[in-house]
Write a protein of this length. Structure first.
Lengths: 251, 251
DNA sequence: AGTCATCATGTACAATTTACACAATGATTT
DNA sequence: AAATCATTGTGTAAATTGTACATGATGACT
């Protein structure tokens, strides 16, 4: 079915896997809402998820780490492979080519590609968004306000969020979305943002403290408009114990 | 890193994705234990999971369905994509070539391949195991007795089982592992086999009946050595409702 | 000094999960 | 025909977990 199948090269002249790509859903948390990092393609108003190709010389997990590094500047990342997308018609190829022909070379474009999806949780405050060579903007979007994306990226995002929610329900996930020190309401709002529902603060606090994954500090967060909330940190040892098995946790 | 990159063909002369494969972990349940369908490579004593290549003309889900159909004869299948394996050194390539050089052509063999893993749950009694063109035996193995497998297939199997266990705990998965009519102890032993732990029969029965996914029939299973157990069936409507969303459920 | 939004906290009730033992069945043996 | 034996089927009480809910304390701002 594909018309052309040139041997693909990436830009370091590193050989890459043909017809295979990797897409990253990068979640951040700020101001009480979940955010996603999106890229705007050069000379267009079209947005997509960050992604890239997989080099012959790297593990796919490392490809995801590299792409994340390039887009966010972060080295310490929570990453999960969540699904591989391989429908024949993931999106309308002609439409994509017509939208992006000034950036991509239609001659070296495959009719079909399979994409491996990863999602990442990062500390919003430490990210320096960085466009790639196809794009001229890299920006956080509020999850609920994400526009129509190129390719099948809305579906990928939806599936990533679904996987994140599932994971959250049986594992503590927050580590990388919050700053090192955080308040209980911050953590609670993060859970609310991910799950998309309200949580009772008393029950939440009880549950989190009972699990032992956080340590209460003798410090409060000053400078807010109201009562200064107490600060907490994750108990890294306990946290890791609970995460035991399953997934890629780089720290 | 790969030395050769020929355009790969499969045997219907259908073009396939290069450097990409698909592996299936096919679970069955019989005689109180979980079983896995394995293939023995021609002229060797080496076993592997069933697998294959992905055609340019099919969705990856359909590739998995096709492979399953070819190995088991079954059309109605419960399938889940659970992970994509993409380490550089998933296994020792030279070792594989030396073991299988009489079956595979080392010239058309990639130095590296990425494999998409699916697991399937099938009704043991209805499967007709069927080797492929590289193998001369297709057989059920008891999960605990699975030998050392070719490639990284022991790891893939381990991850599949892990995913199945996770899924079992939030979805009623049994439908496809049991015959149409089954007894409560059979169902319980299936859960025990998957989870690898004992379950209290009174609590199990209570839970399953309360969930409403099974219907008690006015029939017992005769011919056993002891008291004839009652038969049950799944309530398909209820079952589907509970499965709502998430995953590939082919029926 | 008063106002106000936010933070911190405990108890009672409901729901769920866990632990646990014995009588009934029906094929097999004596 | 009676006894044996492995297996099936069933209920209750205790413990645990989850849920619902309201008020006083704080600290910046006016």
């Amino acid at each position: 079915m594909p018309k052309k199948r040139p041997s693909n090269k990436d830009f370091d002249n590193e050989e890459v896997f043909p017809q295979l790509s990797l897409d990253c859903v990068i979640f951040g948390f700020n101001d009480g809402t979940l955010k996603v990092l999106l890229l705007k393609w050069k000379g267009t108003e079209y947005w997509s998820l960050p992604g890239g190709l997989i080099r012959q010389s790297e593990d796919i997990d490392n490809a995801a780490i590299r792409i994340l590094q390039e887009r966010t500047g972060l080295g310490q990342i929570f990453l999960r492979q969540f699904h591989t997308f391989g429908k024949i018609e993931r999106y309308d190829n002609q439409k994509i080519i017509s939208k992006l022909s000034h950036v991509i070379d239609p001659e070296s474009w495959y009719d079909r590609a399979i994409s491996i999806g990863y999602y990442a949780l990062v500390d919003y405050a430490e990210v320096f968004p960085n466009p790639d060579q196809f794009t001229d903007e890299c920006q956080w979007w509020i999850l609920e306000e994400v526009p129509e994306l190129l390719f099948d990226h809305n579906e990928i995002l939806k599936k990533a969020l679904h996987s994140l929610r599932l994971e959250l329900s049986y594992q503590p996930v927050g580590y990388n979305l919050l700053s090192e020190k955080f308040t209980m309401p911050e953590m609670m709002r993060m859970y609310e943002a991910i799950l998309g529902s309200k949580i009772d603060p008393r029950n939440f606090q009880k549950k989190i403290l009972n699990s032992g994954i956080v340590i209460k500090l003798n410090e409060v967060k000053k400078g807010l408009a109201h009562k200064s909330p107490n600060l907490y940190m994750f108990d890294k040892v306990k946290y890791q114990q609970i995460l035991e098995g399953g997934g890629l946790f780089i720290i």
